[in-house]
Write a protein that binds this ligand. Structure first.
Ligand code: NDP
Length: 812
């Protein structure tokens, strides 16, 4: 072909990237072993898997297929390496991470080619996006390793981390997992996806090259069935970090329930791409290309639902079709290709099936006139219009280059459609009116919101989901806490029941008649024992009202053989009513932090005038001395003050990622939060959980300690006189285990805190998978609520919030 011919047709010529060095490297190493203790080891089974190029179906190499024996060996290596690595000074760890970043840059070319060969994604993307971001992640976390001792004082590494990553961004996901883990002093066993192990194996070679101590990074290739279960259940693995499908994330939550392993899940999405009628439509078109055709649409945060204002929909569709006609699908190593191959034949079949389903359900399909290459796994860019919001293709994650378009009329309708999904990973908002965009951003339930941009990532800005898109963040300072534990936790081994027995031995011999108060301790306030006490049976507290329990039954509350009173026996229906009330009160989160702080102060004020009464109640329920009980009330007041103080100070940060613009990392309320209270410290345990939850804007359903619920029910009048809006705090007394199970299973409860028994913790984690709600449980371990380090502070605020990163580029 001559240059003149090209001018005549304006056809692209081939622009192939040379694969020879990468192929030579593969040949030299094949078959690949498992990377354990910085050595290549043969798999115990002697079994190897083929790694296939999705662009042409050819076998690239063979890699070891690990079994449980191999996983055990890798965990043992990581376990042995943990002690010395966690004690390695932060500066030294920073040097290793810096070296990893440098060597990734040095090997950037071969990594980019391997990734393109193995996954089928385009070389343009691996070279210009994936690998630079990988290096950036290691640089950024080298910084945190350096700063850990001062900036994260009071925290310790978790231990051995099991990491399971998907095939869509193989090396980037590896970096997101390994860099923070190592920076914070943990060691890892990582399982790459079956389809895409090659860049991880090259990374292993880099680990050797920089002389990272053996056992700090271990990489076991193989199939989920062989590797997954052993890694998830291994007693020496203290945390699992997973990225992949919601289905597998759910299974992992169930498998690890009650084990005490930390867990972060980055799961699927069906992210909205919202276009208002004043948006710059040419920019929007390029945005859509990056949102859904980038990486063949195999992106968890792909903008797969195009929500467009009705009056511009046809114009935008027309522009999109014109652009789609010009997109080029083909060999991933061709630098002039926009869309590469789908990762596997199975994945291609799944996309095809869902697209056929979309057509069958009546949506209108549009694909470009050209055909995809016949060899390899390719799928053309696809646009669906006339889609009902309830259609399968509007709800199910297709994970392919398929865009589903719907229209809206008003901003409120756009928000409603955007949130009409089980997921909550990301969203893009397009409008030239920044006021409108910034108004919509907090209303969309998603962990990342891109304004007039899409699919931007940076190590400084955390990434992770709301709802069934998982929990936990990767990147940013918030991502570090996934790899840390408060230092005090290591010291506490007792179970909750032990502490209850040891701390709350009654301090008297003969309980006084009227209750359990030693009158000598209560000068000038002796009750008249000739009169019967006025009966006070607290009801439940739902939607700001005291209501009778649905069951019509009450439960006795007693201590040391004395019945102190009765409380309502709440049931499933009461929880449902409370959840409804909590949802109706959601405006609480949108009010000013100043207002929430005022109400917390007011709660403290109203509690303080009844200090003696509350102390007396604590004595009755626990048998503590008056002095101890008064101290508990005092600490509760101080705690209310602490969270009133934090309300307008836990505000988030502004990141400056490498682009012209800023990212606002805002801690947002999670939503409707269930809380099951501990038995220890009837008032303080209750206040210590309630206060941070509502301070951050959540609305709550609280199950007080079943042993000592009266301190919570005595608060009804305090709530009623403190301007607390109805529904922000709902209290359902009764059997904590049964009620927390109902809360855990409830689809409209967004998070659940449980402070009870070991078994209860397991039950809650297991049952929480219905809507993949975030849980925070104590595994039956104690927390000293009197202690400020254990009983209050940022750990609670982090548990009460989820960080939303709003990306705002600027400049014309
Ligand atoms: P999976 O969730 O099955 O796989 C992700 C990773 O988890 C892989 O390493 C896989 O191993 C491993 N894995 C699978 N099952 C288990 C298990 N029971 N226990 C432990 N580890 C396990 O994703 P798929 O590759 O099957 O893709 C299916 C769908 O998932 C896609 O169509 C897409 O919708 C979604 N997905 C979402 C991703 C995201 O980033 N959110 C990424 C990838 C997929 P192995 O490779 O050996 O099976």
């Amino acid at each position: 072909m001559k240059v003149m011919d090209i001018f005549a047709t304006m056809e692209y010529g081939p622009a192939p990237e040379a694969a020879a060095p990468a192929l030579a490297w593969l040949k030299e190493h094949q078959p690949f072993g498992l990377f354990i203790n910085n050595q290549w080891q043969k798999p115990a089974s002697g079994h190897y898997l083929e790694s296939i190029s999705p662009a042409n179906g050819q076998v690239l190499t063979r890699v070891a297929s690990a079994n449980s024996e191999d996983v055990n060996a890798a965990v043992a290596a990581a376990h042995n390496a943990f002690e010395p690595w966690s004690k390695t000074p932060g500066h030294v760890r920073a040097r290793y991470l810096y070296a990893l970043a440098r060597h990734i840059q040095k090997h950037a070319r071969i990594l980019a080619v391997l990734e393109a060969l193995d996954n089928g994604k385009t070389i343009r993307e691996t070279r210009d996006i994936d690998i630079p971001l990988v290096a950036r992640h290691f640089y950024y976390h080298a910084g945190w390793a350096q700063l850990m001792e001062t900036e994260l004082a009071g925290y310790q590494p978790v231990g051995v981390i099991g990491q399971i990553i998907p095939w869509n961004f193989p090396l980037l996901m590896l970096a997101w997992k390994i860099a923070p883990a190592l920076a914070m002093g943990n060691t890892v066993v990582l399982k790459p996806a079956r389809y895409t192990p090659l860049s991880a194996l090259k990374f292993a070679e880099i680990v050797q090259e920089i002389g990272l101590p053996p056992g700090v990074v271990n990489i076991v290739t193989g199939e989920a069935g062989q590797v997954g279960e052993t890694l998830l259940k291994h007693p020496d693995v203290q945390k699992i970090a997973f990225t992949g499908s919601t289905e597998v994330g759910r299974a992992i939550r169930r498998t690890t329930a009650g084990s005490g392993k930390k867990l972060s899940l980055e799961l699927g999405g069906k992210s909205p791409f919202i276009v208002f009628d004043d948006a710059d439509l040419d920019s929007v078109v390029e945005g859509v290309v990056d949102a859904i055709w980038f990486n063949q649409g195999q992106v968890c945060c792909a903008g797969s639902r195009l929500l467009v204002q009705e009056n511009i929909a046809d114009r935008l569709y027309q522009k999109l079709r014109a652009r789609m006609e010009k997109l080029r699908v083909g060999d991933s190593l061709d630098k002039a290709v926009d869309i590469g191959a789908i990762v596997s034949e199975q994945q291609l079949q799944e996309i095809t099936r869902l697209v056929e389903q979309g057509v069958a359900e009546g949506a209108q399909l549009w694909q470009p006139s050209w055909s995809c290459p016949s060899e390899g796994s390719f799928f053309p860019p696809t646009l669906f219009t006339n889609v009902s919001p309830a259609a399968s293709i509007a709800q199910v994650e297709i994970f392919g280059p398929v865009l589903v378009a719907m229209t809206f009329r008003t901003p409120a309708e756009a928000v409603e459609l955007a949130n009409n999904t089980r997921y909550g990973l990301a969203a893009s908002i397009w409008s030239e009116n920044i006021n409108l965009a910034l108004d919509i951003a907090p209303k969309v339930k998603a962990g990342s919101v891109w304004i007039n941009c899409t699919n931007l990532f940076d190590a400084s800005s955390g990434f992770g989901g709301y709802r069934e898109s998982g929990f936990g963040r990767e990147g940013g300072k918030e991502g570090l806490y996934e790899y840390l534990r408060p230092a005090w936790e290591h010291a506490v081994q007792d179970t909750e029941s032990q502490i209850v027995q040891s701390t709350f031995q009654p301090s008297f011999q003969e309980p006084a008649l009227e209750g359990l108060i030693d009158d000598a301790e209560w000068p000038g306030d002796s009750p008249d024992l000739t009169l019967p006490a006025i009966d006070r049976t607290p009801k439940l507290f739902i939607a700001g009202k005291q209501v009778r329990p649905d069951s019509g039954y009450s439960l006795p509350v007693s201590h040391a053989g004395h019945v102190l009173g009765e409380v309502g026996e709440g049931n499933r229906k009461d929880i449902r009513n409370a959840v409804e009330a909590a949802h109706k009160a959601s405006a609480w989160a949108n009010g000013s932090a100043h207002n929430r702080a005022q109400i917390l102060y007011y709660l403290a004020e109203n509690l303080s005038v009844r200090e003696e009464e509350f102390a007396r109640r604590i004595v009755q329920q626990t048998g503590q001395t008056r002095a101890q009980a008064l101290a508990e009330v005092q600490t509760s007041l101080s705690r209310l003050f602490s969270y009133a103080a934090w309300t307008d100070k836990f505000e988030g940060v502004v990141h400056r990622p490498p682009l012209r613009g800023v990212t606002l990392a805002l801690p947002e309320a999670i939503g409707v939060l269930g809380i099951a209270c501990p038995d220890a410290y009837p008032l303080l345990g209750f206040i210590s959980l309630l206060a941070p939850a509502i301070a951050m804007g959540n609305t709550t359903i609280i199950v007080p300690s079943p042993r000592s619920p009266l301190s919570a029910t005595d608060c009804y009048q305090v709530f009623e006189t403190s301007d607390l809006p109805a529904g922000v705090v709902n209290i359902v007394t009764g059997n904590r285990e049964q009620l927390s199970q109902v809360l855990a299973e409830h689809e409209d409860v967004d998070a659940l805190w449980y402070f009870g028994t070991t078994e209860g913790s397991q039950r809650v984690e297991f049952a929480s998978t219905a809507n993949m709600k975030r849980t925070w449980v104590n595994y039956g371990r104690v927390r000293n609520w009197q202690d400020r380090v254990q009983g209050e502070g940022q750990e609670f605020l982090r548990q009460a919030t989820q960080v939303k990163n709003i990306w705002i580029p600027y400049g014309e």
